[in-house]
Design a protein around this ligand. Sequence first.
Ligand code: SAM
Length: 294
Amino acid sequence: MTAPWRRLLAGAWLLAAAAAVQGQAQPQPLPPPPALAASDEEVPFITTPDRVTLAMLQLAGVGPGDVLIDLGSGDGRIVITAALRFGARGLGVDIVPDLVARSQASAARAGVASRASFRVQDLFDTPLAGASVITLYLLPEFNLRLRPRLLALPAGTRIVSHDWDMGDWPPDRTLTLAVPEKAIGLDKRSRLHLWVVPAQLQGLWCGPGGLALQVQQHYQAVQATLMHGAEQLALAGRVDGARLQLLGSGPGASWAVELGATGALRVQSAPQGAALQAGHQLQPATGASCGPGR
Ligand SMILES: C[S@@+](CC[C@H](N)C(=O)[O-])C[C@H]1O[C@@H](n2cnc3c(N)ncnc32)[C@H](O)[C@@H]1O
């Protein structure tokens, strides 16, 4: 087990132990430490409390059209709740066979076995294609190891992590919930982070009439230069899934652009009279510039 969980578990266990000792005239056996998965794993089995599970699924906006994967699914509660309460389909993977068997039995009991499946698998070997929502209750270093694969998922895929962040990839939203019944941690709070996978827009985009848009992207944040002949306009922007909002300096200098399935950027709205207009399409440059024959 790695340090953050060890600290949290140790803290929770010591508190429980102290409470047990204080409340008793006679010394009593200490409460057992929280249930851990098999000893050679690094992330122990600790359940997300039900209220927090619901909040995670609401934060991701899970609905009947979604396919959810819970990486490290424990007793299956997130996938089962997504199927039962939100009508989604889901898959849970865990490396502990007993937990997977327990999850399958719970899904059958809840009548959602056709929509909530589970398998024994290392989460790092689990294909993520086809998922519209990924849920995580792991460890910071697990999140960081998963991050490149998560960023490569289709724009708009939602990721929700209980408690742990993704390093310098800032969440799109964070919720903090008071959770008095939480089994671990001293402050009895859960932090829920939501990321919406941003479209990868880094590079040069070429539009009609020699228009060019140079994009520098850092996760959801964009700096761009719009070039038209000798004119250059500096823009700042933000990517929200497949949508890009670009802002210039003056009032009303705002563009809404969307990455389409064909790989082109299509301008949805633009300031009146701007060179880059609604309906314009920008294609990724095939060379170093947007000149003729690009
Ligand atoms: C903190 S529990 C979370 C359980 C569940 N997702 C929830 O939120 O209630 C983490 C789970 O990840 C599983 N796990 C740890 N390492 C794993 C790995 N490499 N591949 C798959 N599962 C793993 C553990 O067995 C444990 O059940």
